[in-house]
Design a binder for this molecule. Sequence first.
Ligand code: FAD
Length: 434
Amino acid sequence: MAEQSFKYVILGGGVAAGYAAREFGKQGVKPGELAIISKEAVAPYERPALSKAYLFPEGTARLPGFHTCVGSGGERLLPEWYTEKGVSLILSTEIVKADLASKTLTSASGETFKYQILIIATGATVLKLTDFGVQGADSKNILYLREIDDADKLVEAIKAKKGGKALVVGGGYIGLELSAALKINNYDVSMVYPEPWCMPRLFTADIASFYEGYYENKGISIIKGTVAVGFESNDNGEVKEVKLKDGRVLEADIVIVGVGARPLTGLFKGQVEEEKGGIKTDAFFKTSVPDVYAVGDVATFPMKIYNDVRRVEHVDHARKSAEQAVKAIFAGGLGESIDEYEYLPFFYSRAFDLSWQFYGDNVGDSVIFGDNNPTSATHKFGSYWIKDGKVVGVFLESGTPEENKAIAKVAKVQPPASSLEQLAKEGLTFASRI
Ligand code: FAD
C-alpha cells in the first residue's frame, strides 16, 4: 500500500480543521506540506448549520454555502482553495490506527500517512441509544445528527414521513434546535427528557421556563422527567411506537436522538495524557507527546480565566483553538513564542425566531432580568450569575450585536455587583455601563 508523507497532518476535517487550514494559509504553508485527513466526503464546513438551516424547507442551507470559515464572517474555503494552496484534502478516509511513536497513521483501507507534526481534530461522536442497550433502538428512522451524512438521512426521512409524528429524545441544544426544525417542517413534535427542565447544564429553571413555554405555544409537546425505554417497529422495521419509562406509549414516524456526545480520543489511548475525558494540552494545544497537538472538542486545555482545565464542545472554541495551535507551531519553528490561549467561554443557539448567547461561567447565584414571558412580543430577557460578589456569567435572549458585545465584556471583566436585586432591576443597563 502507498505511503504518503507530509510535514503537517490535521486528523479530522471538521470545524477546527477548516480554521486551522485557513491559519496555515495565513502563516505561509508551502504547497505539499499540509494534509487534512477526514472520514467525511466533503471539505470542512460549519457544523452548526446541520441542525438549523440545513433542515429548513425554505431558505435551505447546502454546501458549498457553509464551508468554513463563513460562520465567523470569514473567507469561505471552497475545495478549490485547498487545491490552489497545495493542501491535500484526503476525504472519505477513516484513520483506524495512530502510532504516535513512529508518527504514522493508517487508514481503514491500509494506506499509511507519515507526519512531522500532527494536529488531532477528531471532534466527538454522538451517544447512541443502542450503546445503552435500549430495546428496539436499532429500528429504522431512529436518527442521530453529527455529520453531513446524518443530516442527509434526516432530510430524506423528513420528506418521506411528511407531516408525520416526530419524537425528539433529549432536551439539550441539539434537541431544542431539531424540535424547532421538525415543527417548521409541519411535524407533530414531542420532546422527552429526564431532567426537570431543558438545557439543565446551562439554563436555570427561570430561563428554561421561557423556552418550554415558547415551544409549547408553537404546539410542541414537552414530556419531562422520563426517558424512552423501548421502541416498536412496523413490518418494514421502521419505528412506530416509543415506550417511556413512566408507562406512556407514543406514536412516532421519526425519532431523533440528541443525548450527548463523546470525544473521539480512542485512537490515542495509552499514547498521550488525558484529562477530564479529553486529550490534555497546554495553552498552545500541545499534548504530552512532542509534535502532537489537539484542538476543538477533543482538547482539555487550561482555562486561564477560571484557573481550571476544561474541555469545551462548542464551535467558537473549535475555531479559536485551531488558530492558536497553528500560530504556536509556526512561532515555534521560528524560535519565537506567542501569548497563551485566553478563552472566554461563548455558547449560542438559534431556533424559530429565537437566538441566545452566553458568555462566561454559569456558577454561583443567578438572577433573571427582562421579560421572560413566552407570550410576549419582544421576549428579550437574560440572566446574570454572581460568584464571590462578581458577575461571572451572562445569558441574553434576542440581544442586538451591541448588547451581545456588552454582555461578553461583563463576563470578561467580572465587575462587582452589589446585589442580585439590583442586577435584576438594572438588567441590560448594568452591562452597557461596563
Ligand atoms: P468536528 O467538527 O466534529 O470535526 C471532527 C472531524 O473529524 C469530522 O470531520 C470527523 O469525520 C473527523 N474524524 C473523526 N475521527 C476520524 C478518523 N478516525 N479518521 C478520519 N476522520 C475522523 N456549537 C455551538 O457553539 N453552537 C451551535 O449552535 C452548535 N450547533 C451544533 C449543531 C450540531 C448538529 C452539532 C453536531 C454540533 C453543534 N455545535 C454547536 C458544536 C460544534 O459544531 C462543535 O463543537 C465543533 O464542530 C467541534 O469542532 P471539531 O473540529 O473539534 O470537531
